[in-house]
Design a protein around this ligand. Structure first.
Ligand code: NAG
Ligand code: NAG
Ligand code: NAG
Length: 250
């Protein structure tokens, strides 16, 4: 069963959902808009959408000391293929409101699909564990959400040893070490996540270098949760669960 808060937030998401056209089968997915008038730039005309992924995992931060600003140190997420769930694609397609609320639905109804480290020693919020340092990703498997056909496993998102946000999809056919090109705040109606910290911003990233394969750009939009717990209570490591849709172009 879905939790009551999910329905509340789904209703909130509905109210603020960007007005996207929802036409016949075969329509091209349209990158979501914030509805605030402050949006990410469109991708260049010479690239096409390759995948829409649901990313589900954690955002990591450090608090150098109490009262400091939280420092974002990376993220870890499983990626699932939701391209066919976009409205108008076929039999699996969701309605626009359900598609827009999918990130909140995953985050509120399913455990974070990572191997979490139950030792929260040195953590800002003991309720909010980080991932295993040795093996953060569980075996590749679909994500099963109540009421939706299993979402196929697509790949991983992580920060590499140089701190570069990296995406590996489709068995390595897409390999995208990325650099941030642009960011806008998530809409106020974005789901703040089960820990109530707020939704991370929407991002536009481009390939960092020529080692990229199969995609050149990725957007992080329709974010839910993931903002830091802040550093007002303790110093140390911080992790917050989040979900987002990632749109890959190449
Ligand atoms: C923030 O984190 C980054 C990446 O881990 C690190 O390079 C940087 O020194 C940190 N900054 C502060 C102020 O702690
Ligand atoms: C936080 O994310 C970074 C970047 O992907 C990862 O290297 C690190 O192991 C994570 N730490 C925890 C405690 O989850
Ligand atoms: C779990 O966290 C503890 C405390 O931060 C750390 O010492 C240990 O190495 C971590 N274990 C794994 C498998 O990440």
């Amino acid at each position: 069963m879905l939790t009551t808060p999910y329905f509340l937030f789904a209703a909130a998401a509905l109210v603020a959902a960007a007005p996207l056209s929802c036409g016949a089968t075969g329509q091209s997915p349209v990158l979501p808009k914030t509805g605030t008038g402050n949006d990410l730039p469109a991708p260049p005309a010479n690239v096409a959408l390759k995948y829409i992924a649901l990313g589900f995992g954690i955002q990591n931060y450090t608090c150098a000391q109490v009262g400091a600003a939280a420092n974002a140190t990376g993220a870890l997420a499983m990626l699932y293929d939701i391209t066919s769930l976009y409205p108008g694609q076929g039999a699996r397609s969701l309605s626009q409101p359900d598609f827009d609320a999918l990130t909140a639905r995953a985050l509120w109804s399913h455990d974070v699909p990572l191997n979490l480290n139950e030792s929260t020693e040195g953590h800002v919020d003991p309720e909010s564990p980080g991932a295993s340092l040795t093996q953060p990703f569980p075996p590749d498997a679909p994500l099963e959400l109540h009421g939706i056909k299993p979402l196929p496993f697509l790949g991983h998102h992580f920060f590499n040893s140089n701190g570069v946000p990296t995406f590996v999809l489709d068995g390595g056919k897409i390999y995208l070490p990325a650099a941030k090109l642009n960011a806008v705040d998530a809409p106020k109606s974005a789901n703040p996540g089960p820990q109530g910290t707020g939704a991370v911003s929407w991002l536009y990233l481009g390939r960092k270098d020529s080692t990229a394969i199969g995609a050149e750009y990725v957007y992080r939009v329709l974010t839910a949760g993931g903002a830091s717990h802040g550093c007002s209570k303790a110093a140390g490591q911080d992790s917050t669960s989040y979900a987002a849709t990632y749109w890959f172009y190449g």
